[in-house]
Ligand binder design. Structure first.
Ligand code: ZN
Length: 174
């Protein structure tokens, strides 16, 4: 979700100016720290998004989580793959891209929900929920040191990223 401060993207010193020129494809201009109106520091100038994939295993909803590498924000805790939304990207696109980057997989999935949580200062994190037909192996491609599929009771016993814990408790309360 977040990156360490020195992991911020660098911009080319000599951008190409000309026909069709503009921010390069997959522009990382929005992949930086930002301060919201409530004074929090957030990763992602226009917000961030994460993907919560689930699969019915023996009728039990089972969720794919990733444990964050020690060196990233909230390192050592379990969360969902995600990160800063890039300019021109939808929250769903951003979440799918982060899934591929962080867990090294590009599964087919069906989006079932999209929810924006505002921090109270105008900055938002989008949680995209989606279903896959079968569980699959995920990898620790980037910013991740473990992955796993968990049922809700199993998941609630993990050391969860606070944002994910709040989100799960909100869903369970409905
Ligand atoms: Zn904030």
């Amino acid at each position: 979700m977040s990156r360490r401060a020195d992991g911020a993207a660098r911009h080319p010193a000599h951008p190409v100016i000309g026909e069709g020129a503009g921010p390069p494809a997959g522009s990382a201009l929005t992949e930086r720290w930002t301060v919201c109106s409530a004074g929090h520091v957030h990763w992602g100038a226009i917000g961030a998004a994460g993907l919560l994939l689930s699969c019915a295993v023996d009728t039990q909803p089972t969720f794919l989580l990733a444990r964050r590498s020690r060196w990233v924000d909230e390192g050592g805790r379990w969360g969902i793959p995600g990160g800063a939304i890039r300019d021109g990207e939808s929250p769903g696109d951003a979440a799918g891209r982060e899934l591929a980057e962080e867990l090294g997989v590009t599964p087919e999935y069906r989006i079932t929900g999209l929810q924006r949580s505002d921090c109270g200062g105008g900055w938002g994190f989008w949680t995209i929920t989606a279903r896959v037909p079968a569980i699959f192996e995920a990898y620790c491609a980037s910013e991740t040191d473990a992955t796993g599929w968990f049922t809700l009771p199993q998941l609630m016993r993990l050391d969860l990223h606070p944002g994910l814990r709040t989100w799960v408790e909100t869903v369970l309360d409905r």
